[in-house]
Design a binder for this molecule. Sequence first.
Ligand code: SF4
Length: 109
Amino acid sequence: MKTPAGRECPHFYGNYFRGRNDEECRLLQVHGQAWTRDLCKTCPVPDIARANSCQHMQLKVTVERPITAIFQRRVQVSAFCEKVNQAVSEPQIGCGKCHDLPFKFEIKE
Ligand code: SF4
């Protein structure tokens, strides 16, 4: 569903049926964080979801106020792979364990 910022996010829920205006971020809700519409504008989750749809990767989100954005709260994301039980440093790419190349290139001189 499209967020208030206009990007597709699998965790956003909006119910506008018959004049309702219920909106929530179910990812932040699961992690006990308060959601406000402005967070979607800078949130990295839609880009991560578009780049990597791995079913084993779990995202953990917190809302923080980084030093570089003194007055603006932002969603901070960390990722964890449940298949290999390790943190994923680049969520857009993934841990790389599922998609090894089936063969190796060797360059001989
Ligand atoms: S805050 Fe991030 S994860 Fe939550 S609905 Fe907005 S874009 Fe999606």
